[in-house]
Design a protein around this ligand. Structure first.
Ligand code: PXP
Length: 247
């Protein structure tokens, strides 16, 4: 099996900064420094950095994405909603990967996968422009065959399977969700897609996720930033990388 790669989502580093310094970026010593955090993750062995530039700019700011683009040694995965404004920024920044996500202003974090099947016509021009610019696209979807088929039709390079329902359930429901993820991973792999996963993965449930067949990349944020409060960011990333090792 290939090594499972880790993309660290550093949105919450920006969440902490914005709690104190909204509107002050560039004029104050705004801490914590998002780029320094990304570089610490890379030093610890992360394979990439993931950020979500939301339309409401509640955490990551445009300037962060431009600075990350200049500074990263690994790769940048930009999560974005399908809006002309963010698309235009993505085409200027040219991240290696774009993860297309649903977005709504009321949500605390991304809830549910992108409904690629029903939003297909609106996604086609976005996907076309991103691909023409050499950017790989990865819709963030529920582990569901219809969404995988629609992602193939969109010309996606990968899908990111939403693991939120798996992470938020216990007992039988949890096992059912894990089975859905396993089936979806196999289905996506058979159709030639790279299989990624993310949302709610932590130091505990990673032991179940790491053995899902065909998984290539995990995007993980909240648990790492939480753990970093106690052990530091580099240690938090290193611990998760160790936990991701398949036995
Ligand atoms: N992948 C996507 C598409 C997300 O929206 C998020 C949350 O921002 C993550 C991964 C990371 O989720 P978590 O912070 O729960 O690890």
């Amino acid at each position: 099996m290939n090594t499972l790669r880790l993309g660290v989502n550093i949105d919450h580093v920006a969440t902490l900064r914005q709690a104190r310094y909204t509107g002050m970026l560039g004029t104050h010593n705004c801490e914590p420094d998002v780029v320094a955090a990304a570089l610490a993750c890379e030093r610890a062995g992360a394979h990439g950095i993931t950020v979500h530039l939301r339309a409401d700019r509640r955490h990551i700011q445009d300037e962060d994405v431009f600075q990350l683009r200049k500074s990263l040694k690994t790769k940048l995965n930009l999560e974005m909603g399908n809006t002309p404004e963010i698309l235009e920024i993505a085409l200027r920044i040219l991240p290696e990967d774009v993860c297309l996500v649903p977005e709504n202003r009321q949500e605390v974090t991304t809830e549910g996968g992108l409904d690629v099947a029903s939003q297909f016509d609106a996604l086609v021009p976005t996907a076309r422009q991103l691909k023409a610019a050499g950017i790989r696209i990865s819709p963030f979807i529920e582990p569901d065959a219809a969404q995988i088929d629609a992602s193939v039709a969109l010309g996606a390079h990968a899908v990111e399977l939403h693991t939120g329902a798996f992470a938020n359930t216990l007992g039988e429901a949890h096992q059912r969700e894990l089975a859905r993820i396993r089936e979806a991973a196999a289905y996506a792999h058979e159709r030639g897609l790279q299989v990624n996963a993310g949302h709610g993965i932590n130091y505990t449930n990673i032991v179940e996720i790491r053995d899902v067949p065909y998984l290539a990349e995990l995007n993980i944020g909240h648990t790492i930033v939480s753990r970093a409060i106690f052990v530091g960011l580099e240690n938090a990333v290193a611990e998760l990388l160790a936990a991701m090792q398949r036995k």
